[in-house]
Design a protein around this ligand. Structure first.
Ligand code: GLU
Length: 305
């Protein structure tokens, strides 16, 4: 099986590179706009401890919103169910950085993966901690989950987003006006921008997802119940307003980032990371989604059978 899968991944890398239909990199964060879109990497962590790879699987990239999964895991570990008083669990059907629903729903974001919801999660992470301590909690979680200390924050990306992140700044102030932000908005956004600027390779990210996939060789970072809930949120909300399309095409819980990364969970079977920086209209990796679709078809790993 692993041999067949390795052969498939090698072929997939060649196929994706031959297609050349990469999508456009996110340029609203200028530092991300400098990344060449024509790149592809994939890593698949298996229950026996092996990590199969193809393409640029060892190349670090900006994980961006994939970090929201790890921040959520930290906060659920700390306050559990209380989080749902501040943020919902429904798909938004709106852009990742939309402010529209926030007004209608009086400052309680739809879910923890749209930017407004992620800001609330980061704000919760700041309770009783300085921004530096909160950031170090997320980073430590990711390093422990990947069993790899060579994971760092790209300060140039964090700065670039801080200088240009007017929508997130607006969201934070708006949340504060509804009383759903406990810290000074600049502390919350500053922590959030740094959390999003964590750099990881596909190999590191696939390893970090093993606990969410419940793989037997994974470090014990999450109870099975929490992992199940994070998977449910990834499936329904992980690709923003493209979540339905992703579930239809791939059938697996996943979280995307505007750096072109994807963490995909095949519960009990594998933790998969794909990176291709060109995005589709929803802000999700274009070739990454196609690769995920082909992988799910080849393996039969869709949660829908
Ligand atoms: N740091 C990005 C933002 O807040 C994350 C968005 C994403 O990766 O989808 O705009």
């Amino acid at each position: 099986m692993a041999e067949d899968l390795q052969e498939f991944l090698t072929g997939l890398d060649a196929e994706i590179r031959a297609m050349g239909d990469w999508g456009a990199v996110a340029d609203y964060i200028p530092e991300l706009g400098r990344v060449a879109p024509d790149q592809f990497g994939i890593a698949v962590a298996l229950p026996d401890g092996r990590v199969l790879t193809a393409g640029k699987a060892a190349q670090p990239f900006s994980i961006q919103s994939v970090s929201k999964v790890f921040a959520l895991a930290c906060v659920l570990g700390r306050i559990g169910e209380q989080l749902w008083l501040r943020v919902g669990r429904e798909p938004s059907g709106d852009r990742f950085d939309s402010i529209l629903l926030l007004e209608q729903e009086k400052g309680r974001p739809r879910n923890p993966f749209i930017n407004a919801g992620a800001l609330v999660v980061t704000d919760e992470l700041l309770t009783g901690r300085t921004p530096r301590q909160a950031l170090s909690e997320v980073l430590s979680f990711v390093r422990a989950a990947a069993e790899d200390d060579d994971i760092h924050i790209d300060k140039a990306v964090a700065r670039s987003e801080a200088e240009n992140g007017h929508r997130n700044t607006a969201l934070a102030h708006y949340l504060r006006s509804f009383g759903n932000l406990n810290n000074p908005p600049e502390h919350t956004t500053g922590t959030y921008f740094h959390q999003c600027a964590i750099e990881m390779s596909c190999i590191q990210l696939a390893r970090a997802g093993r606990s969410i996939a419940g793989l037997p060789n994974a470090p014990q970072m999450l109870s099975p119940r929490k992992a199940r809930r994070i998977n449910a949120l990834m499936l329904t909300c992980g690709q923003y307003d493209g979540s339905g399309n992703f579930a239809f095409r791939v059938g697996l819980p996943a979280k995307s980032g505007v750096g072109g990364g994807l963490l995909i969970i095949a519960p009990g079977r594998a933790s998969i990371a794909i990176w291709s920086p060109g995005l589709d209209g929803w802000g999700n990796s274009k070739m990454g989604t196609l690769a995920a679709e082909k992988l799910a078809e080849f393996t039969g790993w869709s949660v829908f059978g």
